[in-house]
Structures are given as C-alpha cells and as structure tokens.
Ligand binder design. Sequence first.
Ligand code: ATR
Length: 274
Amino acid sequence: MNVAADQYAVMGNPIGHSKSPAIHAMFAKQTGEKLRYEALLVPTEEFSEAVEQFYSNKGLGLNITVPFKQDAWNKAERMTDRARRAGAVNTLWKDETGALWGDTTDGVGLVRDITVNHKVDIEGRRVLVLGAGGAVRGVLESILEKNPSAVVVANRTVSRAEELVKLFGELGNISACGFSEAEGPFDLIINGTSASLQGECPPLPQTAINQQTTVYDMMYGVEETVFNRWARERGAQTVIDGLGMLVEQAAESFSIWRNKRPETAQVIAKFRGE
Ligand code: ATR
C-alpha cells in the first residue's frame, strides 16, 4: 500500500505565480523527504477557515503569503519571539499537543542571502532600509541582530518609520527619516518599498549611494528591478534582487517542518537560469 505523502501548501491571493511549490519540490528531492507542496488560492475573507480545513485534512505545514501574513499572526496560538515583533507569520505548523505555531522566516532569509550567499557584512556597517510597511517590519529584527553600526529607516510617510523605531529601538541603533534626509554614505541599502510597482524610486540624496554601496531590492523579477537599475545608474556596483531571499526563507520554513536544511545554491542557480 502506498503511504500518502506529507502535505504542505502555500496560501495567498493571488498565488498563481508562486515559486514556492517548485522550490519545495526541489528541496524534497534533494533531501529525500517524501512530501507534497501545493499552492492554494484563498478568498480574502476565508483565510481562517482555509487554515482549519487544511489541518482537518491532515495537512502538516503552511507557508502564508500576501495578503494573509497578518491574519496568520492572529491565527497562530503560539509563536516565536521574532514573529511576535514582526507582526507577521509566514510559516505555520502544529506541535505534538496540536497547538498551532507561527514563525516568520523572511528576515533570516534576507540576512542569509546578504551575508552567506553574497558575502556582504552587516556587522559594523551603516544600513539604510527603505519603506516601513509589513515587508520591512518583518526583517528589521534579523538585520539588527547582525549588529550594524546604524540602521536608518526612511519612508515616504515618516510617522510609519518612527513607529518601527519605537518597536525595534531596544534592539540596536535605529532611527527614522524621510527619503530626502537619508544622507549617506551607506554601506548597504535595502529596498522594502513597493514603489517599483508604480515604476517609482525614492528621492534619496546624492550622498546615499556610491560605488561601495551594496544595494538589495527585496523584490525580484525576470528583468532587473526598477530600483536596482536606478541604483546602478547612480553608481552602485553591487546590486542584488530578492530571489535569494525567497529561496532562503523557504529553506528556513523547510527546516522548521522537516528538521533538515536544504542546500539553496543550486536552487537559486536553477531559477536564475530560467
Ligand atoms: P508591504 O507589506 O509590502 O510592506 P505596505 O505595508 O503597503 O506593504 O507598505 C508598502 C511600503 O512601500 C510603504 O513603506 C510605502 O510607503 P508609505 O508608508 O508612505 O505608504 C511604500 N511605498 C509604496 N508606494 C510608494 C511610492 N510610490 N513611493 C515611495 N514609497 C512607496
């Protein structure tokens, strides 16, 4: 008799273009884990029911993406400290008592991609983070854990950046400002705004970017992102997109569920080549 494979899924809306099923299928093959991972389109008002249904059908673990990361945070019965501060959950699982746990792996994924894959140090460096929405809130703790000399959070709406400074202030040297006040130089600039989606770039002062600045856009696409092209035109020589972060956050979720860490380099290379 065939034993059914363990069930995993990603829930989001939209979900059609998600790379997560392909990434996790590659991780499963590589580690010899027998599992199935599918993408589930969930209607915006039905997140909670969808999670319950998934678990009543013996599902084991879920990834949660836009727009449900905050709903998942509300739904989790227990969560890691990093998820609590992030205000978002992208990974759900049940422990042996049946309690629903939440974690967020985006921050670890981002930092691993920067420091391990791209060998760019954060420790002792001046870091500019652009944006103050959920994407940025989800990664600030992991950035601060690496002991940068300063983190400046710049946002169009400065009050949102100030809120993040209140939330994360005890973890390190972090300050808030508007884009035009973000005077450099910076060693690392991380773009967590969605401005590129409107084809816009934040109006940073000339001093923010120079040849030594590493620029990381949390977005990615087949084409170079609008932000990274703009940064290169301003002299940045190292520009990185968010594909590695996507694969690394998936690897972290996989490790939580299966207690095995997959190799990411070959998976990133595979997607890069497509
Ligand atoms: P997410 O969860 O993806 O972070 P969000 O909470 O809506 O989504 O946040 C989007 C971020 O992109 C915010 O920092 C937003 O700036 P505001 O807080 O001022 O709204 C930023 N953003 C979106 N469009 C932008 C644009 N055209 N120029 C600059 N920043 C923009």
